[in-house]
Design a protein around this ligand. Structure first.
Ligand code: SF4
Length: 271
């Protein structure tokens, strides 16, 4: 039977607030497809989100969801996971939410290797508040707060997460939507902190300022500027200036935080 995203949505929350042509709906669909493949019961799953256009996704999904405060989705998710380590906790954040105001929480979630799966919707800008640049806006691209082009270097959040201790890190785009679903499934199965960057398109606040007037232009940009990491590893392709890799970018094993914590509790009780 073909995948039916509507069976995962809270119909009473529709219509959604996203602009026509926004990529968030594609990421939401791929996320729901991953949940179907994972086959968790609805009672096992909790979805936590921060603030911004993408964080509205949690409210549209028919699970136990929490729409929290700006940059603080990970602390809420950490508390939920601690209260019940059996839960499958997913965190939805935007690029500004995760890498700016929530950046400190992100690096420490990675360092602890707590068993959460974070999906970062990277539209390269603060869309909801009118198009200010974020730490993930590419250099020279325009924003309302960078009308002549971004002069700061942008974060590569995947490299940051891997260096900080995340045990599963991957990236896909709204062009690579089957890959995105696969990475979310594998990230959820990883017993530790998983970060999946979903490069998405925001025609309203980003595309129109950066010579990509339509969603099609933006998806074409994703296709032309991304390279499959497997092809790079096989020597069949290489990264050119401005391009970014997609696929599974980092994986290692490390002790998981709530497991370690419960061991400490057990030892303390035995004394
Ligand atoms: Fe999507 Fe951008 Fe509109 Fe926000 S502002 S809903 S990210 S297109």
């Amino acid at each position: 039977m073909p995948f039916d995203v509507t069976s995962y949505l809270r119909r009473e929350m529709l219509p959604h607030i996203w602009c026509p042509g926004c990529g968030n709906g594609i990421v939401l669909r791929d996320f729901a497809a991953a949940l179907e493949k994972l086959d968790y019961s609805r009672r096992e799953v909790v979805i936590v989100s921060g603030i911004g256009c993408s964080s509205r996704a949690a409210g549209y999904l028919d699970f136990d969801t929490v729409h929290t405060t700006h940059g603080r989705a990970l602390p809420f998710a950490t508390g939920i996971k601690f209260a019940n380590p059996e839960l499958k906790v997913f965190v939805i954040m935007g690029d500004g939410d995760a890498s700016s105001i929530g950046g400190n929480h992100l690096i420490h979630a990675c360092r602890r290797n707590i068993d959460l799966t974070a999906v970062i919707f990277n539209n390269h800008i603060y869309g909801m508040t009118g198009g200010q640049f974020s730490p993930m806006t590419p250099k020279d691209k325009k924003a309302t707060t960078a009308p002549y082009g971004m002069i700061e270097r942008s974060f590569d959040l995947c490299r940051l997460a891997g260096a900080a201790g995340a045990t599963y890190v991957g990236r896909a785009t709204t062009y690579h939507n089957q890959l995105l679903t696969r990475l979310i499934v594998e990230g959820a199965k990883n017993r530790g902190f998983s970060l999946i960057e979903a490069v998405t398109h925001c025609p309203t606040s980003y595309g129109k300022r950066n010579n990509m007037a339509t969603p099609t232009d933006m998806v074409r940009w994703q296709k032309e500027n991304s390279v499959l990491i497997d092809r790079i590893k096989e020597g069949k392709s290489s990264l050119q200036e401005g391009q970014f890799p997609v696929g599974l970018l980092h994986r290692h094993d490390a002790p998981e935080f709530t497991t370690e914590y419960l061991e400490v509790v057990k030892r303390a009780r035995e004394k």
